[in-house]
Design a protein around this ligand. Sequence first.
Ligand SMILES: O=C1O[C@H](COP(=O)(O)O)[C@@H](O)[C@H](O)[C@H]1O
Length: 223
Amino acid sequence: MKIQEYADRDMLAIDVANVLAGELEAALLHNDVVAFAVPGGTTPGPIFDSLCAADLEWERVRVLPTDERCVPADSDRSNERLIRDRLLTNRAAAADYVPLYIPGKTPEEVLPQIEALIEPLRPLAVLVLGMGDDMHTASLFPGMEGLAQALASNAPALAVARPQTQPETRITLTGPVLDGALSKHLVIYGEKKRAALERAMSLPPEEAPIAAVLDGMTVHWAD
Ligand SMILES: O=C1O[C@H](COP(=O)(O)O)[C@@H](O)[C@H](O)[C@H]1O
């Protein structure tokens, strides 16, 4: 793991967008189709604002969320909404989106169908993750039921998450899918998350799920 520090969040967003565009371009040279997994939440919006203008063959990029909250696609809490509004616009509107949640269906009903879409995209070419103050990443939350199975090396691509700390059920990419990405980036802001990341490094993944995916990770941090 290496940590890249930036003067401020604006600089981080521009630089990370450039790095991601370069990695996607390189991956497109060697693959017909490239999988690009991105987080939701409050962190990635400004990176998406910059990245969406990159001059890439976006029609060969498959964008998927690292995790989704089971809410309608027009909800403020929908990761799909953020990704569609801020990333899949401008030139990036040509990319295909692979949803993790189908409204009106229970997660269990559609999991096999969505896993069948994700399997051919493994290993993910480029992965961006966020992290909460509680050291969760994607929707792998400390202490949640089923966490050990979702982090196991033989876990299926997706898991249903029902963290007691969260208002809704979620669907998440599992440990091996995230950890197996060819290029991995974690974006965090502020001292609280920096301290949480430091703490995670000495904790088992059951207590700090981010710890399960840090090998080879580039962490991008600004205060
Ligand atoms: O719930 C979630 O949390 C993490 C971190 O979100 P942030 O708002 O602290 O940046 C996010 O990466 C994940 O995609 C999201 O569903």
